[in-house]
Structure formats: C-alpha cells, structure tokens
Ligand binder design. Sequence first.
Ligand code: HEC
Ligand code: HEC
Ligand code: HEC
Ligand code: HEC
Ligand code: HEC
Ligand code: HEC
Ligand code: HEC
Ligand code: HEC
Ligand code: HEC
Ligand code: HEC
Length: 304
Amino acid sequence: MNSVAIRLAALALFGLGCTAKAANLVGSEPCRACHPDLWSKFNRNAHFRTYPATHGEPVPNTGCEGCHGPGGDHVKHPSKTSIFAFSTHTPQEAAERCLTCHAEDLSRANVRRSEHTRAGVNCLSCHSIHSSAPETRLLVSDQRSLCYGCHPSVRAQFSMPFKHRVNEGFMSCTDCHNPHGTFAPTWRMANRPHMVDQRLLNEEACLGCHVDKRGPFVFEHTSVRVDGCETCHQPHGSPNPRMLNRPVVFTVCLECHNGSGSGRTGLGEPVPVSFHNLADPRFHNCIGCHVRIHGSNADPYLLR
Ligand code: HEC
Ligand code: HEC
Ligand code: HEC
Ligand code: HEC
Ligand code: HEC
Ligand code: HEC
Ligand code: HEC
Ligand code: HEC
Ligand code: HEC
Ligand code: HEC
C-alpha cells in the first residue's frame, strides 16, 4: 500500500513537471558509503538488473530504492525510520512490498491465498535478499533443507525403499509443487489441492515427466483420468514397489472394483466378471492380464 502511494505520488509529481529530487530519490550510489558490505555483493543479486543503465536522474523503483523506497531523507538522517526497513514491518507488509513487482507473474497468481500465506509463511520465510547462497533463487537455504525444515515428515517419505529421488538431487519439491500456491486442480473434483502444480493443459504435475501416461487413450481407465495418480500411488515414496498405496496390487483394485459406488453400469465400478476366481492366486495378479492399467488404445478391458 505504502509503495503504491509512493508510486502514485511520484507519478503525480512527474506529471507536474517536477524532478526526481522532489520524490526524494537519490539512486543506489549514495548507499555505498554506509552499507558497503551489502552494496558490494549486490551485483550478484537478480535485483541488480533493476539498476538503470544510464546515470542520469534517479529512476523510481530501481536498485536499492526498488524495495527500500526513496532514500533522500535517510541519507540526510540515517535511521531505521527514515526508510522502508523490513525489520520494522510485519511479514504481510513485507510481502505486499515484494508483490508490487512480483504479483503479475502467473506462477504467483494465487500467492495471497496459498496454504503458505494463510498459515503465516511469507516471502521472507523462504527468501533472503541479502544473505542467500548463490544460484538458489535467493532462498534462505538450499531448497531441500528449506522445505524439510518445516515439513520433517516428508523427509521420511522420501527415504522409503521406493521413492522419487529428491534426496539424491535428481528432482526437487518444486517439480511437483508451487510453494506460491496453485489454481484448484482440474482432477479429483478439485479436492485436496496441496499446492500441487499444474502442467500444460491443466494436467497433473506427474505428466510433465511420465508423458506415456498422458493419453488420451481410446479406452481410458477412468480412475487415472478423473481421480488422479495419487489414487493408487504415493507421490513421495512408499514401502511398496511402484510406489503403490498398498503392498499387494489386487487390494488396490478391489478398493473400487467391489460393487459399491456408481459406475457406468449404474451398479458401481464393474466387479471382475465371474471367471475371476479370487480364491485362485492366479487372479491376484490383476496387472498380469490387465497390463495397460493406465489406459489402452486396443482393448476396453485394458488387456493389451
Ligand atoms: C550516511 C550513512 C548512510 C547512508 C548514505 C545510507 N544509510 Fe542506510 N542506514 C544508516 C544507519 C546509521 C542506519 C541505522 C542502523 C540501525 O539503526 O541499526 C541505516 C539503516 C538502514 C536500513 C534499515 C536497516 C534495518 O535494520 O532494517 C536500511 C534498509 C537502509 N539503511 C538502507 C539504505 C539505503 C537503500 C541507502 C541508499 C539510498 C542507505 N541506507 C544509505 C546509514 C546510512
Ligand atoms: C528486492 C528487494 C531489496 C532490494 C533491491 C534491496 N534490499 Fe535491502 N533488504 C531487503 C529485505 C527483504 C531486507 C530484510 C533482511 C533480509 O531479508 O535479507 C533488507 C535489509 C537491508 C538492510 C538491513 C539488514 C542488514 O542485512 O544489514 C540494509 C542496510 C539494506 N537492506 C540495504 C540495502 C541496500 C544498500 C540495497 C542496494 C544495494 C538494498 N538493500 C537493496 C530487500 C531489498
Ligand atoms: C522494484 C521491483 C521489485 C521488487 C520490489 C522486488 N523484486 Fe524481486 N525481482 C525483480 C526483478 C526485475 C527480478 C529479476 C527478474 C528476472 O530476472 O526475470 C527479480 C527477481 C527475484 C527473484 C528471482 C531470483 C533469481 O535468482 O532468479 C526472487 C526470488 C525475488 N525477486 C524475490 C523478491 C522478494 C522476496 C522481494 C521482496 C523482499 C522482491 N523480490 C521485491 C523486481 C523486484
Ligand atoms: C514456502 C517457501 C516460499 C515462499 C513463502 C515464497 N517463495 Fe518464492 N520461491 C520459493 C522457491 C523454492 C523458489 C524456487 C523455485 C525454483 O527453483 O524453480 C521460489 C522462486 C521465486 C521466484 C523466482 C522464480 C519464479 O517463480 O518466478 C520469485 C520471483 C519468488 N519466488 C518470489 C516470491 C515472493 C514475492 C514471495 C512472497 C509473496 C515468495 N516468493 C514466497 C519458495 C517460496
Ligand atoms: C513427484 C511429485 C512430488 C514431489 C517431488 C514432491 N511432492 Fe509433495 N505432494 C505431491 C502430491 C501429488 C501431493 C498430494 C498427495 C495427495 O493428495 O494425496 C503432495 C503432498 C504434499 C504435502 C501435503 C500432504 C502431506 O503428506 O503432508 C506436503 C506437505 C508436501 N507434499 C511437501 C513436499 C515437500 C517438502 C517436497 C520436497 C522435499 C515434496 N512435497 C515433493 C507430489 C510431490
Ligand atoms: C517456515 C516454514 C515453512 C517452509 C520453509 C515451507 N513450508 Fe510448506 N507449509 C508450512 C505451513 C505452516 C503449512 C500449512 C500447514 C500445513 O498444512 O502443514 C504448509 C503447507 C504446505 C503444503 C500444503 C499441505 C497441505 O496439507 O495442503 C505443501 C505442499 C507445502 N507446504 C510444501 C512446501 C514446500 C515444497 C516447501 C519448500 C519450497 C515448503 N513447503 C516450505 C510451512 C512451511
Ligand atoms: C521431474 C520428473 C518427474 C515428475 C514430475 C514425476 N516423476 Fe515419477 N519418476 C520420475 C523418475 C525419473 C522416476 C524413475 C525412478 C527413479 O528416480 O529412480 C520416477 C518413478 C516413478 C514411479 C515408480 C516407477 C518404478 O518403476 O518403480 C512411479 C509410480 C511414479 N514415478 C509416479 C509418479 C507420480 C504419481 C507423479 C506425480 C505425483 C510423478 N511420478 C511425478 C520422474 C518424475
Ligand atoms: C488405478 C490405479 C492407478 C492409477 C490411478 C495410476 N497408476 Fe500408475 N501404476 C498402477 C499399477 C498397478 C502399476 C504397476 C504396473 C506394473 O508393475 O506393471 C503402476 C505403475 C506405474 C509406473 C511404473 C511402471 C510404468 O508403467 O511406467 C509409473 C511411472 C506410473 N504408474 C505412473 C502413474 C501416473 C503418472 C499416474 C497418473 C497419470 C498413474 N500412474 C496412475 C496403478 C495406477
Ligand atoms: C479409484 C477407483 C479404481 C481403482 C483403484 C481401480 N479402478 Fe478399474 N475402473 C474404475 C472405474 C470407475 C472404471 C470405469 C467403469 C465404468 O466405466 O463404468 C474402471 C474400469 C476398469 C476396467 C475396464 C472395465 C470396463 O468394463 O470398462 C478394468 C479392466 C479395470 N478397471 C481394472 C482395474 C485394475 C486391474 C485395477 C487395479 C490395478 C483397477 N481397475 C483399479 C475405478 C477404479
Ligand atoms: C488371467 C487374466 C486375468 C486376471 C489375472 C484378471 N483379469 Fe480381469 N479380466 C480378464 C479378462 C480376459 C476380462 C474380459 C472379460 C470379458 O471379455 O468379458 C476381464 C475383465 C475385467 C473387468 C471388467 C468386468 C466388466 O464386466 O466390465 C474388471 C473390472 C476386471 N477384469 C478386474 C480385474 C481385477 C480387479 C483383477 C485382480 C483381482 C483381475 N481383473 C484379474 C482377465 C484377467
């Protein structure tokens, strides 16, 4: 809000033909004298790009003043109150400051109503402008330690025998999640969003990598398309092969193919036809016959 006001004020003043001086801008050069440590490493910060290329009149919303606001008063009377000091503002106020520039991007379109924001986790819980390790998107620490720091139970899931190799560095949380919040998913009746990111055409994040599961198939397995991958798989890791929810495959299938619910026939998901003798161990290996479990282009029963 503050900065919008400042911007408007600046615009109004420019409109009246006044100079930048009237808006109290000094540029970033004067900060060097008293904050040399921050100043000297700032050229490695992504925000260095906001420095104006020319050395004429200071430009609003650039360099140090892009975040800390006009520095004219502060240079004359240095103190925490003569400039926008983040340490004297609430996390919400800080976030709004960042969003004066960072709200336009689609990937942060939901940031104000994300699970994180609603739980009081804000930009500066995860990002540090002046003291982040290099090459980390200005994160407080590397992404894995950052997320595990607040989500310790997830670490255990990625240590399961069958897992996505996040701990090994082959992929990261943000391959599937957007910590800035997401749109409601188009799968699973928009239930349980969990900030899972979407890929092209509103697809599940999983399909960004497992493209062979994308379809469309002539014969879809409705549960894959409508309910989503997590109906049968643990996305992080699982004690069961193929990261399945259950140790034995047929118990996954019988969760649905048991005659309850409301399937195409109106009588529930189809019960395996009568020749499926579940007392016979041969029929326990459902995927031994229904090999195209994610969808088939050849067989309505997903047999090939
Ligand atoms: C003449 C010396 C001087 C100059 C020039 C100067 N500062 Fe400061 N700055 C200070 C002092 C002194 C403080 C107060 C530190 C304190 O109270 O802990 C301060 C505090 C700050 C703070 C608040 C720090 C906090 O604890 O949150 C910010 C932000 C800041 N300066 C930014 C700037 C920027 C941006 C510029 C350039 C426009 C600038 N300063 C130029 C001396 C200066
Ligand atoms: C992208 C926004 C942004 C820009 C640009 C920026 N700062 Fe900061 N600054 C912050 C935030 C946020 C903090 C609070 C501490 C933190 O998160 O690192 C901060 C803290 C500070 C502090 C006090 C804390 C400390 O570490 O001593 C000073 C002084 C300061 N900034 C000066 C500057 C100067 C000088 C520049 C230009 C070279 C600058 N800032 C550019 C966002 C910014
Ligand atoms: C004056 C506008 C402005 C403000 C205010 C601003 N940023 Fe930025 N930010 C930028 C620009 C410009 C870039 C570079 C974008 C690019 O390279 O595409 C950037 C880049 C970033 C990046 C990416 C860094 C990287 O390595 O790619 C992060 C993270 C970021 N900003 C966080 C913040 C946070 C947190 C705040 C609030 C403390 C903030 N920004 C405030 C303009 C701003
Ligand atoms: C829960 C932690 C978390 C919070 C809260 C958070 N971020 Fe991020 N942000 C990240 C991570 C992790 C990345 C790196 C994503 C990557 O590597 O692809 C990132 C990347 C970015 C980037 C650069 C890449 C991009 O998406 O364009 C910007 C800019 C950014 N964040 C701004 C913000 C702003 C502004 C806020 C507050 C409104 C904020 N972030 C809050 C974790 C967070
Ligand atoms: C392969 C994709 C993928 C990766 C990588 C991933 N997640 Fe998830 N995560 C998901 C999906 C999908 C859900 C939703 C599960 C559901 O709805 O049953 C989820 C759920 C969650 C939840 C909420 C449910 C719970 O188990 O508490 C948290 C928290 C979470 N993930 C954190 C993380 C963190 C932290 C990382 C990185 C260390 C990470 N995730 C990496 C896909 C992923
Ligand atoms: C400062 C602590 C903090 C950090 C850092 C943090 N989170 Fe969170 N996260 C929370 C809180 C608090 C919630 C909301 C309460 C909850 O559901 O656990 C949350 C919620 C989530 C959820 C949704 C959980 C659900 O049940 O819907 C996901 C997914 C998630 N975080 C992923 C991440 C990822 C990925 C990172 C790293 C980029 C991260 N978090 C970093 C504190 C944090
Ligand atoms: C960034 C790419 C990527 C994303 C996104 C991704 N995966 Fe994976 N997945 C892999 C890779 C690579 C493997 C191979 C196993 C390994 O890493 O050792 C794998 C393995 C698997 C396996 C086990 C295969 C086996 O042979 O045991 C399953 C099941 C799986 N993923 C399901 C999912 C689901 C469900 C999602 C979405 C929640 C998802 N994946 C998202 C890359 C990805
Ligand atoms: C109806 C339950 C079910 C759903 C829903 C489901 N899968 Fe599977 N998936 C399985 C079973 C069962 C296997 C084991 C197949 C085998 O071992 O031959 C498997 C195996 C896999 C494998 C490893 C073997 C292979 O075929 O590559 C990957 C990767 C995978 N699934 C990804 C996904 C993705 C991505 C989604 C969401 C688009 C998804 N699954 C949805 C049941 C399901
Ligand atoms: C989340 C619920 C669910 C799970 C779990 C599930 N299915 Fe299905 N399955 C369905 C639904 C719904 C249909 C479509 C029924 C319809 O069109 O009326 C279907 C269709 C089928 C069909 C095609 C039958 C037909 O008449 O079109 C086969 C074969 C099948 N499933 C086998 C399996 C196997 C094998 C497993 C275990 C690996 C499994 N299903 C797990 C819900 C599920
Ligand atoms: C030995 C091979 C085999 C095994 C093992 C097997 N099926 Fe089948 N299943 C078939 C064949 C063949 C059909 C098609 C029957 C037809 O043409 O009417 C079928 C049909 C189905 C149908 C569709 C029924 C309908 O009326 O639409 C479902 C659902 C099904 N199976 C589920 C399962 C489940 C669940 C398992 C594991 C408990 C399983 N199948 C194990 C061969 C098998």
